[in-house]
Design a protein around this ligand. Structure first.
Ligand code: GLC
Length: 537
């Protein structure tokens, strides 16, 4: 157990007044199945993560967020949890988790785990009881309704993965709700017993020593009390992509109900006892919507997803940075990539162009208020892996809409050239084309100027700058021109969003604290190459 290292909510090695430990920190998302396999079964595991803590420390990471490792039938690769207080044997054991916590804490690295409170697996004991006994105490843990008069679903809600959000339970003749797969029935957060259960679950992990939670589907937990149909604002086509289907409705009643905030206020009173952190998967593309989900007294921080949706366009980048930074400040989590979306270098055009654009975006994130979170392999400039159509495993997109699938961003981490790229001694759970030598961590570690070294220098520079919490952001580009530029405390940060070099005038002599390849500082100006970025004081 690692209770000793979770002594307060303050920064590691800092005094009590330094503020919460996550301020001015940098995170790293680990998609556990694909990070590092320690036992040759082809599936990444907790011991594999522990083996790589040195790598993460050298990179400059302050905390890791580990995706679900709980017992699961893996219909949604672990986001369908069958036991919230265990470890799936594919990922190891509780003892492995304890070791990971100990070893991370010895390195002053914190560990945030995923908690999935919107739904369970259909194999969870609660759902099995609910199905088996409609009059039993677990029935009301889930959301059941009689069919509509025509025998169809009780309302018009669609799931995030497309299709109706309701599945008929033949035995009882009632439908149950699921915002994701039918194998992921939604919990009924209007039932006080569900609150009690989760109080126990988060205390279980806090007592083991975890430092925080990333809360899955944080905006969606409580549903409209009357389960009213959403207004249809387009024409719902069940054959459309999942995004088209979702956007055919104005989601007034299924997600973003204000009562969800009360859950996080309650959790906050628990995690504050431990100095632990609540970070939400707060999926909205409106800064005001995000501000409502992260009002300050519930979730400490919320992910901002707009950067994963924009084109490489200066106006879109400003829109993805300026309003949220000004509105939410240090409650933001900045991420360019995740296990749910195409990797940012792929999204921004692929190749070295996409890699440079992603690094430039991360340079912009690095000194803004809030916390940047990298996705495993981002530090190597990884583009999406290539998964042959016959090997696709993501349930999303499996029925025809292959482009919608998330397999490409989930291929195994390339540690070494050759073989299975050092990910496993066995056969990887998800097959993909071998990565080129220069994409691997081992090759990049010994190549000056590699993406790995550029990211490592960025994180070292950020650490060297010291705390910026409390400093305002001053946007210095007046919202025009191809260079996004701000000043915060002692530092200036600028990124050239155009495909041509740009000269940025600076007053007096400046010291570059971080510069991407090709940046030149001459008297009175900093020259930024196409999609180049720099930080100076
Ligand atoms: C979140 C996860 C995603 C998962 C979904 C359902 O969006 O990030 O991977 O499929 O929730 O749990």
């Amino acid at each position: 157990m690692t209770q000793q290292s979770v002594d307060s909510g303050t920064a590691v090695g800092s005094g009590v007044d330094a503020g919460p430990w996550w301020q001015d920190s940098v995170g790293y998302e680990i998609y556990v199945r694909s990070f590092a396999d320690s036992d040759g079964d082809g599936i990444g595991d907790l011991a594999g993560i522990a083996d790589k803590l040195g790598y993460l420390s050298d990179l400059g990471i302050d905390f890791i967020w580990v995706t679900p490792f709980y017992p699961s039938p893996m219909a949604d690769w672990g986001y369908d949890v069958a036991d919230f207080c265990g470890v799936d044997p594919a990922f190891g054991s509780l003892a492995d988790l304890d070791r990971l916590l100990d070893q991370a804490h010895e390195r002053s690295m914190r560990v945030v785990i995923d908690v999935v409170p919107n739904h369970t697996s259909h194999q969870h004991a609660w759902f099995r009881s609910a199905q088996a006994d409609p009059n039993g105490p677990y029935r009301d843990y889930y959301i059941w309704r009689d069919p509509a008069p025509d025998g169809g679903p009780p309302n018009n809600w669609v799931g995030y993965f497309g299709g109706s959000a309701w599945t008929l339970d033949e035995a009882s003749g009632q439908y149950y709700l699921h915002l994701f797969l039918p194998e992921q029935p939604d919990l009924n957060w209007r039932n006080p017993a569900v609150h009690e259960e989760f109080d126990g679950i988060i205390r279980f992990w806090l007592d083991r020593g975890v430092d925080g939670f990333r809360i899955d589907v944080a905006g969606g937990l409580v549903k409209d009390v009357d389960l009213r149909s959403n207004p249809e604002i387009g024409v719902w086509d069940p054959a459309g992509t999942r995004w088209e289907q979702w956007e055919s409705f104005d989601h007034l009643y299924d997600v973003f109900q204000p009562e969800s905030l009360d859950i996080f206020r309650r959790w906050r009173s628990i995690v504050d006892e431990y100095g632990a952190w609540l970070m939400g998967e707060t999926y909205t593309l409106e800064p005001e919507g995000l501000a409502r989900l992260v009002p300050g007294d519930g979730l400490h921080s919320g992910f901002w997803f707009e950067p994963m949706h924009i084109d490489w366009d200066v106006d879109q980048i400003r829109k993805a940075l300026v309003p949220p930074a000004d509105l939410l400040g240090d409650r933001l989590l900045w991420a360019a990539s995740s296990h749910d979306m195409p990797r940012s270098p792929t999204h921004f055009g692929g190749g070295d162009q996409g890699r440079s654009r992603t690094l430039a975006l991360n340079v912009l994130f690095s000194c803004l208020p809030g916390v940047p979170v990298f996705y495993q392999g981002e530090e190597l400039g990884l583009v999406d892996g290539i998964v042959p159509p016959s090997a696709k495993l993501d349930p999303v997109g499996s029925e025809g809409d292959v482009a919608a699938g998330r397999d490409g961003c989930r291929t195994p981490m390339p540690w070494r050239p050759g073989g299975q790229n050092g990910f496993t001694e066995g056969t990887p759970w998800l097959s993909s084309s071998q990565r080129d030598e220069d994409e691997t961590a081992e090759a990049q570690a010994v190549e000056a100027g590699s993406w790995y070294h550029q990211y490592r220098s960025l994180l070292a520079a950020r650490r060297g700058i010291g705390p910026l919490t409390g400093e305002d952001v001053h946007w210095e580009d007046d919202g025009v021109g191809p260079v996004v530029r701000y000043r915060r405390g002692p530092v200036s940060v600028a990124a050239n969003v155009s495909d041509e070099p740009v000269t940025v005038p600076v007053s007096g002599s400046v010291g570059l604290v971080f510069s991407m390849a090709g940046v030149v500082h001459v008297d009175g100006c900093v020259e930024l190459p196409a999609h180049g970025a720099a930080i100076w004081t």
